[in-house]
Design a protein around this ligand. Structure first.
Ligand code: NAD
Length: 428
């Protein structure tokens, strides 16, 4: 990892400014879109199991809701910062727009490490978060969802608190709920599968056969595991994965020459996507430093962990053979690294396009919750595939027509749609 100071929000603004210039946006539209419309900062007093009270810091940022209610996950992370949440909220605006969903962009977070909290303490934290924002979020305002280190159980506690406050049943308040409690089939798979739906289309564009391809993945959480699952179903082979090792407080890369065994690795992973190193060694995996995932001799790299994974420090070390970077994580590539990838001719499927499957399925969950009628899994995944494929092809078309890299083309599609909605509403 680079030691240079990194600010995700400055990076998100930098990316926006480049495309704002390219599109010739007027200055009020630029000023409106390069900042969040609203943000909430709060302290969350939570009683711990030992009777003491600890104060956690929480956020909700609503970047833009011109195209519909805000949508975006809540992250629990010890290094969470307001600027990370701002960046992620902005990326949600572009993500919903590029997938052509009638939604805006938001994000939330709490500075905490759930590894060190009991289930009851996590429940109290979730309920405390909702109490702070209950009047500023809701089915028609801003709809939260799970993200890093939050899951369906957290969403259900949050829903219960929201419904207690508002005195009714509002399943459309939050998505990522457990199936049978307003959740959608396919939601767990959606983000990882969505990455691979776009990857499949990129293979067609580059004339590659999926069954001839190999990949290396950073992360072994929700996004990574389902991306690997569908990639294997298409016939590709994943040779290496890397993940965070909680006891050692560092990342390790797990490699097997003939490809990883997803089921076996799942069997030795914890619910936070950490792999048991000792058991992996017993299963015949080589254990390498965490950064090694990027240097593997593969066709595809899938960063699916945290932001700031591909930097100018490591981009040059990407193996010569790599053709595609499919960004499962949000903001994994710094602008400097992006430039290196461009020069190397690596086809980048940018984060807010590649990982739009999660929010697309969240939208489908909301629609089902509001109807109180639920589709079969195949129906959900079919709609997801159609949305992701349409989005990819729309971006590809702009990329070809305007001779732009895919990231810039995705921004052009998304920002044009949001700017148009702001103009049509008479905001600018
Ligand atoms: P997760 O918590 O389930 O998994 C995160 C994984 O990253 C874990 O395996 C962890 O060990 C690994 N990790 C953490 N730090 C690492 C490091 N330094 N090196 C290597 N691995 C490391 O999270 P997730 O839901 O899979 O989300 C992953 C990324 O995808 C995040 O950027 C998130 O914002 C983004 N995302 C998630 C969704 C979703 O629906 N879950 C949707 C869109 C985008």
């Amino acid at each position: 990892m680079t030691t240079k100071p990194f600010n995700a929000f400055l990076m998100a603004q930098q990316q926006f400014d480049r495309v704002g210039e390219l599109l010739g946006l007027d200055s009020p539209t630029r000023e409106l879109l390069r900042w969040p419309m609203r943000e909430y900062h709060f302290n969350l007093p939570v009683r711990l199991d030992d009777g003491s009270v600890r104060i956690f810091r929480g956020f909700r940022v609503q970047h833009n809701d011109a195209r519909g209610p805000g949508k975006g996950g809540i992250r629990f992370h010890p290094q969470e910062t307001i600027d990370t949440v701002r960046a992620l909220a902005m990326w949600m605006t572009w993500k919903c727009a590029v997938a052509n969903l009638p939604l805006g962009g938001s994000k939330g977070g709490v500075v905490c490490d759930p590894h060190n909290l009991s289930a009851r303490e996590q429940e109290r934290l979730c309920r405390a978060w909702v109490r702070q924002v209950a009047r500023d979020v809701g089915p028609w305002q801003d709809v939260p969802a799970p993200d890093v280190m939050t899951n369906a159980q957290h969403m259900l506690w949050m829903l219960d608190e929201f419904e207690t406050i508002h005195g009714g049943r509002y399943p459309g308040f939050i998505t990522g709920k457990p199936v049978g409690m307003g959740g959608s089939l396919g939601r767990t798979e959606a983000t990882g599968y969505g990455v691979v739906f776009t990857l499949r289309e990129a293979f067609k564009e580059l004339g590659l056969r999926p069954q001839d391809t190999t990949a290396s993945v950073q992360g072994f959480g929700n996004v990574a595991q389902f991306a690997i699952e569908l990639f294997h179903q298409l016939g590709g082979r994943v040779l290496a994965v890397s993940c965070w090792d909680q006891p050692d407080q560092t990342a390790y890369c797990y490699r097997r020459k003939n490809g990883i065994d997803l089921a076996a690795l799942r069997g030795i992973a914890d619910r936070f996507g950490g792999i048991d190193r000792k058991k992996a060694l017993e299963l015949g995996y080589e254990v390498l430093p965490g950064e090694a995932w990027i240097e593997q001799d593969v066709d595809v790299l899938i960063p699916a962990a945290l932001e700031h994974a591909v930097t100018d420090d490591n981009a040059a070390r990407i193996a010569k053979r790599v053709r595609i970077l499919a960004e499962g994580a949000n903001g994994p590539t710094t602008p400097d690294a992006d430039q290196i990838l461009r020069e190397r001719g690596i086809f980048v499927i940018p984060d807010f396009l590649a990982n739009a499957g999660g929010v697309t399925c969240s939208y489908l969950e909301q629609v089902q919750s509001n109807m109180n009628f639920f589709w079969k899994k195949d129906e959900v995944l079919g709609r997801l595939d159609a949305t992701m494929t349409t989005a990819f092809l729309a971006v590809l078309e702009v990329s070809r027509r305007q001779n732009l890299p895919m990231r810039d083309a995705a921004y052009v599609v998304a920002i044009s749609r949001v700017a148009e909605a702001c103009r049509d509403r008479g905001w600018v």
